[in-house]
Write a protein that binds this ligand. Structure first.
Ligand SMILES: [Fe+2]
Length: 395
């Protein structure tokens, strides 16, 4: 286990009906809120209306910015920054899925620190600009997936260059996360499942790649994976199962909060690959993960067989005694799980062919290649051939 510091400063407010406390929970951050959210839809209008009436009841003036798209674009974030500054807002309320919360984070910190949102994104070939601070953020997740409501990360896309990348800043960790299970009841089946595969991927990234060992992190991860799988089944059977919705929401939040990697932080190769897929094709991040996950697991099974085998045995009940055999069984076990939730899909199912694979691979190496310039961190350093093999096997 390596040394670590872990701090989760986000106040987590959990429970049915807690959304109506939004105004009260924002009181200490100012009188002028910038509400970053998705486009209004009739089905989910009550969520926005509940948030607005709660803020109004607390005497908080609201500027609404409701044009954040999935895979939020740097240009959209910059428009948000401009509106935030023009309207003299004092804090940000992020009401939406990971895309909305990530965009809200960039709006808050870029408005505080100056410049353009993309200046702060990590790209291997340049030094990212450093924030000097951020306005407070209160997050209300409406999809269980990214866990952005209680961490420092954030991903945005530069639509001009088709680059999708991330940054982390402690300034942007939300002050409060309101997790209200009722909010998730209307999340459609496919988005619920995509989101849960994203949670699963967050949980396995460090588990599989860290060179260090930490049993507490492994056990926390395994508990969160088992909870995600069990309660996803329940949520897919009955979307209005509040207990299932709540458990999934907490798995999402904790699964990317750092608690799942205490003492054995690794790297995030599945995300490195996926970002360029949703960056080029504008499919959801979770769906991109679904597409490449089996091929990733099969391709690297022999890179760290002891880690693959541990996951295969503890989560999927694989009985092989030999580590390499157990490791090689993991991809198949995950495919069975994906099939059981109707989520075993490929690039072809999304009418995506291999025509952009070369460019995507070049971008992945260029953007995340930190080891001698042509390899990306992974279970073993990932080269061009590895990435191409995973993409091709996902067709
Ligand atoms: Fe993710």
């Amino acid at each position: 286990m390596h040394n670590f510091e872990w701090n989760l400063p986000t106040k987590i407010v959990y429970g049915k009906g807690e959304l109506s406390r939004l105004g009260e929970l924002c009181n200490e951050y100012g009188r002028k809120a910038f509400l970053a959210t998705y486009r209004r839809s009739e089905k989910r209008a009550w969520i926005l209306d509940t948030a607005l009436s709660s803020l109004k009841a607390a005497g908080i003036e609201v500027t609404i910015f409701d044009c954040i798209e999935p895979n939020p674009r740097a240009e959209t974030v910059d428009q948000g920054v401009q509106l935030f500054l023009e309207s003299g807002c004092e804090f940000v309320v992020a009401l939406g899925g990971g895309s909305v919360i990530d965009a809200a984070k960039y709006i808050s910190a870029t408005a505080f620190s100056g410049g353009s949102a993309w200046d702060y994104v990590i790209l291997a070939e340049r030094a990212a600009k450093e924030y000097t601070g951020a306005y407070p953020i209160v997050a209300v997740p409406t999809v269980s997936a990214a866990g952005s409501e209680a961490n420092a990360g954030g991903v945005i896309t530069n639509w001009k260059t088709k680059e999708k990348s991330f940054s982390r800043s402690p300034y942007r960790i939300p002050k409060v996360a309101i997790v209200d299970p009722e909010v998730f009841v209307t999340v459609p089946r496919d988005i619920t499942a995509d989101g849960s595969v994203d949670i699963f991927c967050h949980l396995i990234e460090h588990y599989l790649t860290s060179p260090d060992a930490s049993e507490i992190a492994d056990r926390i991860t395994e508990g969160l994976i088992l909870t995600t799988m069990e309660y996803l089944d329940r949520a897919l059977k009955d979307g209005s199962d509040l207990e299932a919705r709540g458990q999934l929401a907490l798995c999402a939040l904790l699964g990317w909060s750092g608690i799942q990697a205490l003492g054995r932080m690794g790297t995030i190769p599945i995300h490195f690959i996926e970002h360029q897929i949703s960056g080029h094709y504008d499919i959801s991040h979770g769906r991109g993960m679904v597409i490449i996950l089996p091929a990733y697991l099969n391709h690297f099974a022999d890179a760290r067989p002891e880690r693959w085998a541990k996951l295969a045995r503890r989560i999927f009940n694989v009985k092989e005694d030999d580590d390499l055999q157990a490791a090689r069984a993991l991809g198949g076990a995950v495919v069975k799980w994906l099939e059981s939730i109707d989520m075993h899909v490929t690039f072809s199912d999304h009418k995506i062919d291999s025509s952009k694979f070369d460019q995507m691979t070049d971008d992945i190496i260029r953007m995340y290649g930190t080891l001698d310039g042509n390899k990306v961190p992974g279970p073993r350093p990932m080269g061009r051939d590895d990435i191409m093999a995973i993409l091709n096997a996902s067709l």
